[in-house]
Design a protein around this ligand. Structure first.
Ligand code: ADP
Length: 405
């Protein structure tokens, strides 16, 4: 089965084509259409034969972007299919599924309506994800389409974990509660980690640390997410590249008053000017911050120390919530690559009797256990693969619904 996976953002479309069968899961092609509707738009494309192209083209709208993707996939030289008939289905990343979607779902008019209904919860993302779906419905109307939600995996959280203690009417009126994000990643790496241990997922207590530019931690107990650090929006929780993470909510009105800020201004401060960037004053990229800290930059050191401290704090809290811990997983840009940072975090978790294997911890972007066999908790690096989950879910739904493709 060949599945096209699409991630439609405000000005970009990321795509990947997978060939899935019982023996093999192969990426046939991948790429990005960038700067849609902005001067300098282009498509970057790579196929499984290692052919790469970058085309500078005018892409005024998403519709043209998706057409370009389909044309490139069928190109005489770099293409990977002869005709669109070979694509069996399309899987779409959708950021927010609200409480409506606890699972990936076959798209129909009612599903589109329901995604629209929860879009106010992710106004910067869902409308663009929906746009991608609608364009595909138009230009590939015969292909089944599946929506895979970032929030779905966390719908198993219990009420104690997802409610905020604000008047209940705001939950019923506006859906104000914690949803969590990065669900596809947390689901994938927890499942992969269980495979690596050779134990059943439903016998394990796992904490997954997705540490990228956006960052979140999840407590996965017997295969179900029971806690995660992001909330109503992706602002809550860990310190991120430019997001502040947990705050005293009183800080926001205090700051607005002191600095005479509008809602948009304060929103921008929390989302775009805080985190590693705001603290260090150097960069949102952890590599730059780490380098500056090593060179003696005081604020860079503060930023890194706070980042690590928060991860340690969440791991402690989630161990308590699950009543124990078997496995910790590090994933995403920082989690997969930053060996020193992983070592610092693990060394701060003395109470868990974790024994780091220094040599194994030099690993980058490869699935590997980084603790010794004596360690009471196993720690793994597992590269995330959200697109593969989207492709797998899409294939599974097509098969379950016995859709002829
Ligand atoms: P996003 O949330 O945008 O998907 P990524 O998962 O790509 O983010 O992670 C970006 C972060 O990963 C950056 O802070 C970057 O510094 C870090 N990172 C990427 N590669 C490395 C590396 N080789 N060593 C240390 N950190 C890295």
């Amino acid at each position: 089965m060949k599945i096209l996976v699409l991630n439609s953002g405000s000005s970009s479309i990321k795509f990947k084509v997978f060939k899935l069968n019982s023996q093999k899961e192969q990426v046939l092609a991948s790429g990005t259409v960038d700067r849609i509707g902005i001067k300098g738009s282009k498509i970057e494309y790579e196929n499984f034969r290692d052919q790469e192209i970058v085309l500078d083209l005018d892409v005024p709208r998403h519709e043209r972007g998706i057409e370009l993707v389909l044309e490139t996939l069928q190109d005489d030289e770099v293409g990977i299919i002869y005709s669109l008939d070979e694509i069996n289905a399309v899987g779409h990343r959708v950021v927010h599924g609200g409480e409506k979607f606890a699972q990936s779902t076959l798209i129909n008019d009612e599903v589109i309506r329901q995604i629209e209904e929860v879009s106010h919860l992710a106004p910067l993302h869902n409308p663009h994800n929906l746009n991608g779906i609608c364009v595909c419905e138009e230009i590939m109307s015969d292909k089944p389409q599946v929506a895979v939600f970032d929030t779905a995996f966390h719908q198993t959280m219990h009420r104690e974990a997802y409610m905020y203690a604000v008047p209940y009417k705001y939950y019923t009126r506006h859906g104000i509660r914690r949803y969590g994000f990065h669900g596809t990643s947390h689901k994938y790496v927890s499942t992969r980690a269980a495979e690596e241990t050779g134990k059943q997922l439903n016998s394990l207590k796992i904490i997954t640390c997705h540490l990228g530019n956006g960052a979140s931690v999840a407590a996965v107990d017997e295969g179900e997410s029971i806690e995660t650090s992001m909330g109503l929006t992706p602002l809550e929780g860990l310190i991120m590249g430019t997001r502040c993470g947990d705050l005293d909510p009183g800080l926001i009105t205090f700051l607005m008053e002191k600095e005479d800020l509008s809602i948009k201004e304060v929103n921008d401060i929390m989302n775009k000017e805080s985190g590693l960037l705001g603290l260090s004053g150097i960069s949102s990229d952890s590599r730059d911050v780490r380098k500056a800290a090593a060179d003696g930059h005081k604020r860079a050191r503060i930023a890194l120390d706070l980042f690590n401290y928060k991860v340690v704090k969440y791991i402690g809290a989630y161990t308590a919530v699950m009543g124990g811990l078997d496995v910790i997983v590090f994933t995403a840009g920082i989690g997969e690559n930053a060996c020193d940072l992983r070592a610092d975090i693990i060394n701060d978790l003395d109470f868990l009797n974790i024994e780091l294997n220094e040599q194994a911890n030099q690993v980058r972007q490869t699935a590997k256990k980084i603790t010794t066999d004596d360690s009471q908790v196993d720690v793994y690096v597992i590269p995330t693969n959200e697109e593969l989950v989207i492709a797998r879910d899409t294939a599974a739904i097509i098969e379950k619904n016995e859709i002829q493709v």
